[in-house]
Design a protein around this ligand. Sequence first.
Ligand code: 0X9
Ligand code: ZN
Length: 414
Amino acid sequence: MKVFLLFGLVALALAEVTRFEGEKVLRLKPVMDEHVVLIRELAASIEVDFWSPDSAEMVTIDIDVDIHVPAAYLDLVSTMLQQSDMETEVLIEDLQVSIDAQTGPTPRTHSYTNYNSWDKVQSWIAAISTSNSALISKQSIGSTYEGRPMTLLKLGKKSSVTKPAIFMDCGIHAREWISPAFCQWFVKEALSTYGSDSQMTSLLDQMDVYVLPVFNIDGYDYTHKSNRMWRKTRSRTSGTSCLGTDPNRNWNAGWCTTGASSNPCSETFCGSKVESEVEVRNVADFLRRNKADIKAYLTIHSYSQLVLFPYSYTYDLAADHSELLKVAEGASSALRSLYGTRYTSGPGAATIYPAAGGSDDYAYDIGVKYSFTFELRDTGRYGFLLPASQIKPTCMETMLAIKYIAAHVQKNLY
Ligand code: 0X9
Ligand code: ZN
């Protein structure tokens, strides 16, 4: 009897799902030093989940701050905000209602217009990689912390000689669900338009495109099963009970010098050392092994509608700054041409915030010139909870930006 009870309790603990009833997402608009100080004090005294920027250290005058406030602190926070004269806006009235609305009734099978669980993405990877062996193959680049396989898809016409390549990953941050949805969409589009779309045909004839559909698989799975708002990996760090490292603060690019935290409980924890995260090590190893052929590195995040390029660990301009700016601006206008969605482009540090240890800066520093971070839709109305109805338009417009960059790379091989 006792044993059953114990099993029951363990099962309950394992199945525990974090709920967000009554919790709000607020937009704060600091315009004075006092406002910045207040936001930092708030963050230091209570548990606030920064949506954008992603930590209190990055808060500055004139940049909107989106925070998710747990129910227990709502009264305190609204009193503090009322006492200041800072302008605020409620972005999400009830987080749980928005989560339920986003997830909604989901089909039982994989769907390009819904947010797929890891299990569905995994079976999709297996199925699609055997669907057209002339154009697609898969390879393992290692396993995640919890032992899930990291499978890389390689798109491109088979060739006896090594072709120049583009590498793209999605889902570095677990809760940014539109990102893995885009990688899946890209693979489908590439396969279905090869032979009819002249640009896609020429791209896959002359180059290979590597796609990692979900980088942070453990985190992504956790957002589906336990906590929708999880960002980091799920690894343990010795000496703390806080789990996870920010996989976009763990790379060897000014590691942990700015815009990252050495506190394991922080959402921007840089890890115990460079590449402490096996997922980062696996991808970094692949990039290092293939750096002679990889001409572009694209990494897809959300939200804010940005095309960013190095650097983020320093305000110094990259050696290729003017070319990267031109390409990012061209990509943004290609994207805008479809539905008028506005993107901002520029180097990471100056455009959003300085943040070291990111994958884009690392790829650039090992010699991958065309290195871009995309922050997809939206600008905060739904944030990470972008409704499934926006997957198709978001992916269609983003395809134009990615194809614009790919065309530039193809014409400017180095
Ligand atoms: O902070 C990040 O890692 C990215 N923004 S997000 O809201 N998706 O977390 C921006 C990354 C920009 N590049 C670097 N900081 N290297
Ligand atoms: Zn992100």
